[in-house]
Each structure stands twice: as structure tokens, then as C-alpha cells.
Design a protein around this ligand. Structure first.
Ligand code: TXA
Ligand code: MG
Length: 336
């Protein structure tokens, strides 16, 4: 059952409590309705992908009540601060390097070293974010591949029964997503997605923007950019039923204790895809570090079911297992 909450004090307080408890709450912003979850809880973030029926993970925008809260999570350059001053609260998303103490989960940031942050306009969104007191990850509140919702009824058409609540703050003023500006290379501001703040308004402050020629250039998701994502140092072998003795095993589901693998990390003992999604990045990192220290040959991954969140997990693992660039700096490398 999806609760429909009015934008009263009680409604906002309930929505904030649900978010802190790991629930999914859709809420209105000036652009579109977002499907929110506490970005610091990977299990809550996993539920976003599940509810949206996303066949793959992608990096989500973290939402904040004000610029101070946003800039605790990222390294804000002077230009970022000027843009925040000029356009926040408002339809501008800034991509910046994650701060050392960043509490946003790897799953919300898709393992990237950068984080997209935004301070939406609107009293209800601001009150909700302030009361939640955590970064709130929120993609548009529609099922994958469908149109972004600009009122609460649209959200329910898409997601009724799949999310805990929708906080109704009326129709969105803009109805079009935020502009996404990548400031992670300080001398090269890059427009990743046109949106609510115009290029002209941005260029007045930033100077000329770099504008990737094609959509796929801009999307960190496109296969060509997959190597900019976290990839383990050890080679990854997929769909392994019998691991070797010199491999680390990323397991899924109950184990009978007979695996010859040198070490084992179970994504979900009980076979829950939601739990597996939430633990995927920590599992890869743990096996990569410990396996490298023990000079293991690689990471073997047990078969993951090909339905629901399993597809997104498989997609992420396939990218982690993709052939490595020979260049000294893998982050610089892109595939065609
Ligand atoms: O207006 C909006 O931005 C809405 C409302 C709910 O705030 N949100 C939204 O989220 O449109 P979503 O997930 O549908 O789009 C997020 C965009 C994607 O294009 C994603 O690739 C990009 O932001 N993005 C997120 N994190 C990124 C990162 N670290 N680097 C580059 N791009 C990133
Ligand atoms: Mg969207």
C-alpha cells in the first residue's frame, strides 16, 4: 500500500520518518517528482532500482535542504560555491568530487568518485530534506523508460503499491529535470544534461561550457564510460559454479561449505536480490583488497538470478569483468 501524504506538518514528518527508516517516499520538487530514499542506506537505495524496474544501476542525485548540507558531502570549488549562490535552491545539479567523509553509499553513487548534488526549490521539499537530515537519493519517480511525473497522481499511476508513500506538494512548477553540470575537472565545466537552468545563464558565470557532442558521451552509464566506474584490480570471472582454490568467491545464496575458494563473501545468504544489491560494492571491494593482499588470481562470482534486481547486479558485474585497458591510468581510458 502506498500512503498518500498531504503537505501538512504531519504529512512531512511522516515522510521524513519513513525515509529515515529506509522507506521509499516520492516527493515533489520544482522540476519533477523524485523517488527518494536515504542515500546513506544501500538497502534503501536498492529498493529505488527495484521499484523503478531498472535493468541496471546508475548514479543518483543526492538532494539536500541547503548548500551547507550539500557541501559537507563533496569538495566544493569556488566556482561551485558561486553557482550554488546564484542558482540554489533551484534546478541545477552539480557533479563534484566526493568529500573524504562523504556518507552517501557506493550504490547511490554507482561506485564513482564523484557525486551529483542538488538543492531543490520549494518549501515542502526543503522541510522534508531538513527533517530527514540525511542526503536523499532521488531519480525521477517513474518506472524505467517512462515519462517523468510532474504531479502526485502521475507518481501513483507509475508506482502505486511499489513505494511506501507519496508526499503531495501539488504540480511541479517546471516539469523538466534539472540541468546537470560536471565540475569535477575544475578548469573544464561540462554540461551533462540540459534542464531547468539555461546554458546562457550558466555561461554568464562559468564562461564557455564544454558540451559533449552526443548523449552517450555525457552519460556515465554508456558502455564507453564504464571504465570510469569502480572496477576491482583483480580479474572478475562470472557465473562460476566451482571456484578455484586461488580465487576469492563472491557468493549468492546458501552455501554448503564445500567451496574450495580461498575466501568467500556472501552477497545474500538468504538469496535476497535486494540485500545482494545493497552489499555488492562492499563485497567487491572487500574481496579485491583481501584477495590482492593474499596474491589471489581473481574474483569468481556465483550465478545471479536473471530477474528483478538480479539484472542490474549482472549488468554491474559484467562491467566489472570487462577487459581492462592496458594504459597506466584506467580512468582515462574509454572504450569505443
Ligand atoms: O530534476 C531532477 O534532477 C530530478 C529531481 C527528482 O531532482 N532527478 C533526476 O534524477 O532527474 P535522474 O536519476 O533521473 O537523473 C540523474 C542524472 C542522470 O543523467 C545521471 O547520469 C546524472 O544525473 N548523474 C548522477 N550522478 C552523476 C555523477 N556522479 N556523474 C555524472 N552524472 C551523474
Ligand atoms: Mg529520469
Amino acid at each position: 500500500m502506498t500512503l498518500r501524504l498531504d503537505s501538512t506538518e504531519t504529512g512531512i514528518a511522516t515522510a521524513a520518518r519513513l525515509l529515515r527508516e529506509g522507506g521509499l517516499v516520492a516527493f515533489g520538487t520544482e522540476t519533477v517528482y523524485g523517488l527518494g530514499a536515504d542515500a546513506t542506506q544501500p538497502q534503501a537505495v536498492a529498493r529505488i532500482f527495484e521499484a523503478k524496474n531498472r535493468p541496471r544501476f546508475n548514479p543518483l542525485i543526492s538532494h539536500f535542504a541547503d548548500a551547507d548540507a550539500a557541501f559537507e558531502q563533496v569538495e566544493a570549488s569556488p566556482l561551485a560555491r558561486r553557482l550554488a549562490e546564484a542558482f540554489w535552491p533551484g534546478p541545477l545539479t552539480l557533479v563534484l568530487p566526493r568529500a573524504a567523509g562523504c556518507t552517501v553509499s557506493d550504490l547511490a553513487a554507482d561506485g564513482l568518485s564523484t557525486l551529483a548534488v542538488r538543492v531543490p526549490r520549494g518549501d515542502v521539499a526543503a522541510a522534508l530534506l531538513r527533517q530527514t537530515g540525511r542526503p536523499v537519493a532521488a531519480p525521477s519517480a517513474n518506472r524505467s523508460g517512462r515519462i517523468s511525473p510532474s504531479n502526485a497522481a502521475h507518481v501513483l499511476e507509475e508506482l502505486d503499491g511499489r513505494i511506501d508513500a507519496v508526499l503531495d506538494s501539488g504540480p511541479c512548477a517546471i516539469g523538466l529535470e534539472s540541468t546537470v553540470l560536471d565540475l569535477s575537472q575544475p578548469d573544464r565545466p561540462c554540461l551533462l544534461r540540459p534542464g531547468g537552468v539555461t546554458v546562457e545563464a550558466l555561461e554568464a558565470l562559468c564562461g564557455p561550457l564544454h558540451r559533449p557532442a552526443t548523449q552517450s558521451d555525457a552519460a556515465p552509464l554508456s558502455p564507453g564510460r564504464m571504465l570510469s566506474h569502480y572496477a576491482p584490480g583483480l580479474p572478475v570471472r562470472l557465473d562460476v559454479r566451482t571456484p578455484r582454490a586461488d580465487e576469492a568467491l563472491l557468493a549468492f545464496g546458501p552455501q554448503d561449505g564445500s567451496s574450495p575458494a580461498a575466501m568467500l563473501w556472501n552477497l545474500s545468504e538468504s538469496g535476497s536480490l535486494e540485500e545482494a544489491a545493497a552489499r555488492l560494492f562492499s563485497g567487491l571491494r572487500a574481496l579485491d583488497h583481501a584477495g590482492t593482499a593474499r596474491h589471489l588470481r581473481g574474483i569468481a562470482v556465483q550465478p545471479i538470478p536473471a530477474h528483478g534486481l538480479g539484472l542490474a547486479i549482472q549488468d554491474r558485474l559484467t562491467r566489472a569483468a570487462a577487459p581492462r585497458p592496458s594504459s597506466a591510468n584506467p580512468k582515462e581510458n574509454t572504450l569505443p
